[in-house]
Each structure stands twice: as C-alpha cells, then as structure tokens.
Ligand binder design. Structure first.
Ligand SMILES: [Fe+2]
Ligand SMILES: [Fe+2]
Length: 168
C-alpha cells in the first residue's frame, strides 16, 4: 500500500495493514538472506501471524458475512484456504525454505486483503458506524496458544495436503 492510499484508508484497513507491516518486519528479522532462522524472532512472528489470522477468521470474516446478511464474500473461501496453508507452514521447525514460502504466500494474500476492492476496504465500507466497535474487538483479540514445533510425518502430511488444497 502506498502512502496516499494509507492516508485515505478507513480505520480497519489502517489497523490490519499496519499489522501486516509489523509481521513483515518480524519475518525479515527472523531470516536474513536465506541464512539460519533466528528462533526467538521467528517465535514472535509465528505468534503474531496466528493472532492476525485469528482476528480475520473469528472476528472480521464473520462480521462481513453478517453485514452482508449471511452472504459470504466471494474471496473469503480463498482467504481461508490461504490461512490454513499459512498455519500449516508454521507447524514444522522453520527453515529458510519454509520462511520463503510463507513470505511468497503473504505477498499475494496481503495484497488481496489490502488492495482496492479487497477484504479490508469492503470491511470499512460495510462496517460504517460499527467500525469503531469492530476495531475494539480486533484490538482485544487474545494471543493464540502456540504449540511446540513438530516435523512428524503426520504434520508434514497435513502441510502437504493443506498447501495442495490452497493451490500452492
Ligand atoms: Fe489474512
Ligand atoms: Fe491479513
């Protein structure tokens, strides 16, 4: 998002796009030049991305569906598949390759959310006078319980299938 867009963006767009920026910075801090992954920085990124996905899945997408009188947004299904793929990629112990895949998915995914006619703009338009209360709910979203990393065959199977289903 460029600065002109950011100035005219609604409050939900600004809040969630800022969270994207913060997560991008954390991921870049966790993996520099495809080098080894910094476990502490990655743990912060992982917890932050899981919380961000939780805000969208549990608060934002249900609110949009309610405001559209039960009709889900056409892009909601794609966004949910991406969220599943991202959450699955956060399960195994991270490698530079996993981090690069997450980065690539997030680049497209975040553009779908932040772009013109994307999820966030639609949310700001639909929310109207509800925007402030929705924003308060997003701010109050709880931290997500983060499981220890697992690279077991079962987890890697889930990861492969989830990526396939999401088209990656
Ligand atoms: Fe998302
Ligand atoms: Fe997002």
């Amino acid at each position: 998002m460029n600065q002109r867009e950011n100035k005219t963006a609604g409050p939900l767009t600004r809040f969630l796009a800022d969270d994207h920026r913060r997560l991008d910075i954390q991921l870049r801090a966790a993996v520099v030049d495809a080098g080894p992954v910094d476990p502490g920085a990655y743990a912060q990124f992982r917890a932050g991305l899981l919380r961000h996905i939780g805000m969208e899945e549990k608060i934002l997408l249900p609110a949009v569906q309610r405001l559209r009188v039960g009709e889900p947004l056409p892009i909601a299904a794609k966004l949910r598949l991406d969220h599943g793929a991202l959450a699955a990629l956060l399960m195994p112990t991270p490698t530079a390759a996993i981090a690069a895949t997450i980065k690539a998915i997030l680049a497209d995914h975040n553009a779908l959310e932040e772009g013109t006619g994307g999820l966030y703009e639609i949310c700001d338009q639909l929310a109207g006078s509800e925007a402030e209360s929705l924003l308060a709910k997003l701010r109050a979203a709880p931290e997500v319980t983060v499981m220890p990393h697992s690279g077991s065959p079962a987890v890697m199977n889930v990861l492969r299938r989830t990526l396939e289903r999401a088209g990656y």
